[in-house]
Design a protein around this ligand. Structure first.
Ligand code: C2E
Ligand code: CA
Ligand code: CA
Length: 674
């Protein structure tokens, strides 16, 4: 009964269908990020190392340069002072000490100067050192002269030389030296400023790149987080929702219903549970295809959802079954109003696959607390009520009552039994004769299925045919029984009734089944029955499902040699005009038209025009459901060719067929038409 749909997989799962694909992407992201961070760190460290080295070197060189210029300045100054002191001191020992110091200062000065020249110098520095050299070269001899004068004890002259010439010359040197000192200081400052700037740039890049790496890392992490949460959300959605409509599934429905019941118990309110099943949904699926069926389901879902409040629950149980739970209501009336609204809403026309479609539904209603106190009971009872609504005419609703439980259980049992019936050979045919008014004889039999139920006895198709069709089992059963009927007819032919036809009914499922043509061909071959003796009966509804394909299919059957009859003619929605398109042989006038004969002028006129049409199209006619003599006479008067009905015989089991064949029908039929 539950129809399954080939529902498309949600997009995300399809895209990441192979979990390994996104795991790989994840891993790649992380590895890239790791490499990037390592790379950036390495570059940064290297750059920092370089700038730190430069900085150290700069500091080192300039410190040395400064020290050296400083040494030179101090040495020069000391030499000037010593010269002055020497002119004053008389103690020869003290004078000797000062002389030694004077000479030491001289060599210190020379060494410092030499060392300074070996260091990197700029042009100004070089220029200043050269100037100093020049000036020293001028000052040096004066100093030597002073020392000589002192050594010769000519202190007066020495003092005079010192004051007038040696000190001014030395002061010139000092002036240049102090300029040199200032210059080295300036250069050192510049260099260290530059090195610090480089260092700052390097640090900036390191920070920037690390920040970029971090950002990439954050993005990767965010993307991973986004997808994993989306996937898990989708998984959860998949587990609790119907993939086609997005509505909650049975599990989630039950869960929410339980919660609604808890609330209802506390607030002493009612909860209405509505079980909704679309009427004849299979027909849409079978004739327009699953895609259209799915579209219809989605549209119904949308309408149902739109018809209730946000906190009411609408769920799809599968196939064409929906459930709705309306909670927080104080009386039955609002629940029934919702039901009425849903029935009306679902019957509004649909536009699907360029067609206008009509659909109705049957609704079963159970109400908490009257019809059950648990979600499971309420659902079960709404289901039972729905079946009742279906059984009593569709497109309506039914409130649950306790008697339905027993019926639902019985139905379930029947469904189970039906499942084993074919294997246990419980299906048989009863045969109903069709008599020909021209010859006064039986021209053939219609084979009508019966189920020899182990406990319930012989069951008519009304009790089980729909179930067989819903489960699709009808195809297997029909195939088996078709073989039985053909074998039977072949047997009658062999027994001397060579002109007997056998008529077998085909349901929509059987007619459209891909194996139909092969099945008929095989069965004919195996039974050896003349194809012309097999008549297949199709209702006009089947034709109308898809006129072009049906015409093709009937043509294919006709190519096998069998004849085709339109069953229940006049009850369906085909117009007479359409008939011309189908290569059919026989028209069976539905018993609805026969019932009121001869008293209904309308039906008389209708049958009259049907017969005229059949004569025009060279179709045979069989009137069904002839139950009395008056009907027979009326039909004969209208020119009907053959008839079938309780007046002639009920459908009979196989062992009674021989009796019917041997009987003389003339007395029963009355006068034969001239
Ligand atoms: P149908 O093809 O229209 O079959 C005629 C139905 O009318 C049969 O009901 C028959 O017993 C009944 N009937 C015959 N004469 C009279 C009469 O004078 N008065 C009244 N009131 N009824 C009469 P049955 O056997 O219950 O079959 C019901 C339907 O089940 C059939 O309607 C046919 O559509 C379907 N069916 C029967 N056997 C098969 C089968 O083997 N395969 C398929 N697919 N459908 C079958
Ligand atoms: Ca029939
Ligand atoms: Ca019929």
């Amino acid at each position: 009964m539950r129809t399954d749909h080939d529902t498309p997989r949600p997009i995300l799962l399809r895209r990441f269908g192979h979990t390994s694909a996104w795991k790989l992407a994840l891993l790649a992201g992380f590895v890239t990020q790791l490499l990037l961070i390592l790379f950036v760190t390495a570059i940064g460290l290297q750059q920092l190392g370089i700038t730190t080295g430069i900085l150290n070197e700069v500091v080192d060189v300039h410190m040395r340069k400064q020290n050296l210029t400083n040494t030179m300045v101090v040495a020069a100054r000391e030499r000037t002072l010593i010269m002055l002191m020497l002119t004053e001191i008389e103690d020869p020992f003290e004078r000797d000490d000062l002389l030694t110091q004077f000479n030491r200062n001289g060599s210190e000065f020379a060494a410092a100067r030499l060392a300074l020249l070996s260091l990197p110098l700029n042009a100004t520095e070089r220029e200043l050192i050269a100037q100093q050299g020049e000036l020293t070269r001028f000052a040096q001899p004066l100093q030597s002269q002073v020392i000589d004068l002192i050594s010769a004890d000519l202190t007066e002259e020495a003092a005079d030389l010192v004051v007038k010439r040696a000190v001014p010359a030395q002061n010139n040197v000092m002036a240049v030296l102090s300029r040199l000192d200032a210059e080295t200081r300036r250069v050192a400052l510049d260099a260290s400023r530059e090195a610090r700037q480089d260092h700052r740039v390097a640090r900036f890049w390191m920070v920037a790149l690390s920040a970029a790496a971090l950002l990439v890392g954050l993005i990767v992490a965010a993307v991973v987080f986004y997808f994993t949460t989306r996937i898990s959300h989708e998984r959860e959605q998949l587990a609790t929702h119907d993939a086609l409509t997005g509505l909650p599934n049975r599990m989630l429905f039950m869960d929410r219903l339980e919660q609604a019941l808890i609330r209802a118990k506390r607030n002493r309110t009612l909860v209405g549970v509505m079980f909704i099943d679309l009427d004849r949904f299979k027909r849409v699926n079978d004739t327009l295809g699953h895609a259209s069926g799915d579209q219809l389901i989605c549209e119904v879902a949308r309408r149902l959802r739109a018809m209730v409040r946000a906190d009411d629950i609408v769920a799809r149980l599968g196939g064409d079954e929906f459930v709705v739970a309306v909670s927080d209501v104080g009386m039955l009336t609002p629940i029934l109003q919702v039901v009425e609204k849903m029935l009306a809403g679902v019957t509004q026309p649909y536009r699907i696959a360029e067609r206008e479609l009509f659909c109705s539904c049957s609704v079963g209603v159970s109400v908490y607390p009257n019809d059950g106190s648990t979600a499971a009971d309420l659902l079960k009872h709404a289901d039972a009520a729905m079946y009742h609504a279906k059984g009593t005419g569709r497109n309506r609703f039914q409130l649950y009552d306790t008697a339905m439980n027993a019926m639902a259980e019985e139905r379930l049992q029947l469904e189970t039994d039906l499942h084993y019936a074919l294997e246990r050979n419980e299906f048989v045919f009863h045969y109903q004769p069709q008599v020909n008014l021209d010859s006064g004889r039986i021209q053939g039999f219609e084979a009508l299925i019966r189920w020899n139920h182990p406990h319930k006895g012989v069951l008519s198709p009304a009790a089980f045919l729909e179930m067989l069709e819903e489960t699709g089992e009808i195809v297997r059963v029909g195939r088996t029984l078709l073989a039985v009927a053909c074998n039977q007819a072949a047997g009658w032919h062999a027994a001397g009734f060579a002109s007997l036809d056998i008529a077998v009914n085909l349901s929509s499922k059987e007619f459209w089944h891909a194996s139909l043509i092969d099945t008929v061909r095989d069965v004919l071959a195996q039974s050896g029955l003349r194809p012309q003796s097999l008549q297949l009966e199709l209702t006009e509804g089947i034709f109308m499902e898809d006129i072009d394909s049906a015409a093709e299919r009937i043509q294919a059957l006709k190519t096998l040699g069998v004849t085709v009859a339109v069953d229940d003619f006049g009850t369906g929605y085909s117009s007479l005009a359409h008939l011309k398109r189908f290569p059919i042989d026989v028209l069976k006038i539905d018993r609805y038209f026969v019932r009121d004969l001869p008293n209904s002028p309308v039906n008389t006129a209708l049958i009259n025009s049907i017969l005229a049409l059949c004569r025009g199209l060279h179709l045979g006619t069989v009137a069904e459901g002839v139950e009395n003599r008056a009907q027979l006479d009326a039909l004969r008067k209208l020119g009907c060719q053959s008839l079938q009905g309780y007046f002639i015989s009920h459908p009979v089991p196989l062992d009674e067929v021989a009796g019917l064949l041997q009987r003389d029908w003339l007395p029963k039929l009355g006068a034969i038409r001239p």
